[in-house]
Design a binder for this molecule. Sequence first.
Ligand SMILES: Cc1ncc(COP(=O)(O)O)c(C=O)c1O
Length: 444
Amino acid sequence: MANIVNFNSEYPIIEKSDELYSRSIGLIPANTQTMAKGPSQYVNGIAPKYLKRGKGSHVWDVDDNEYLDYNMAIGPISLGYCYPKTDYAIINQLFNGITFSMMHPLEVEVAELIREIIPNAESVRFSKSGADVTSAAIRVARAYTGKNKILCCGYHGWHDWYVSTIARNSGIPQVVKDLTFTFNYNDIDSVINSIDDDTAAIILEPVVFDEPKNNFLHNLAELCKEKNILLIFDEMWTGFRMAMGGAQEFFGINPDLATYSKAIANGMPLAVLTGKKEIMDLFNEEVFFFNTFGGEALSLAAAKASIEEMKEKQVINHIQIQGQKLINGINQIIKELEIDFLEIKGYPFRSILNFKDTGGDPLLQKSFVQQEMFKRGILWSGFHNISYSHSDADINYTIKVYEEVLPMLKTVIWENELSSAIKGIPVQPVFRKTSDFNTKPVTK
Ligand SMILES: Cc1ncc(COP(=O)(O)O)c(C=O)c1O
């Protein structure tokens, strides 16, 4: 794959996207199965809505426009779209069958591979989605500790125990809502204040974009030990990107349980729960966690091939190098332009262009940048999920586009023309609030 983006001279033509979208209205509630892929996250009228093909780090929409992708299917594409090693593994397995009436050897083989890679993986279970394994982790934590309440920080999927904490929580009984509360990242007091005698587990994304400060993660692990609370790392984003074993490997912390999905199988739907044997053993008898497709073989074959490829090609190292180059390039532009309301946050494997609210309306600014990115062939939602297929040409091209677009942003803001410069309906807020919601200060 040449990884050459053809410059669009104008905003992309998106007729077929819009036609499909109009057919979905009234038929598919919310239009999308994944909020982050849905129309609310893209400038409506400018950005395409449906993609039909991908290769490497590039994708093509239904109108045949080509884009360099920085969302990578919201995380799963770690090696690249249509990556031969993964795809041949899937095809080979396909010739032998997809899913079976008994267990498949790959369940054992991939579990052994994972045990080698993920520090806390004394035991391993598979499932299909991130929400499956975070929910299984919560259930087994409650069973193990004999306690009920959960403290969380980050996003953990669509199931009741977590969604009870957010504003869009209709359909969830109050008794469930009374059991999960959130704490603020890097704020150990907000954790301490929320713990009570009934706290079973603390689950968090070990990093989102902020780095842990003042030994936050280590202090959390200590606190959990002291209070007989299980520590669960939700490694959906950090696993197989930040390090093969995720944040637990990166920071040298051994959580009681950890959950993985997204990048592990380069796009195939597989989720993994790892943990200490003594806790995970409860799945033998007491705790129920089974489903039809948990041992489905195509995804396991994809995971095995992808993990082997990641090890062989030192993919984490590549992601780190490319991500850092991009961060350096964008930082340089921000510095030269003296735009103090912009900053790059995060780690090389996943960084974000953060619009601080000191610069006016961050969503309008993001919408403007996004529309100009799409015009120049970049599929962009503010962050950069780096894959093995992001080449030097991709990174250099992206920096060049930032060099064009950020001064334009500065100008339209300066001239008070930001709103009118946006040619479609601006993006809506991302549902991803990680602090100051549904916190529960508990007096002990
Ligand atoms: C950190 C984190 N945990 C859990 C989930 C839920 O995963 P899924 O959507 O596969 O159920 C997500 C999804 O984006 C996530 O980002």
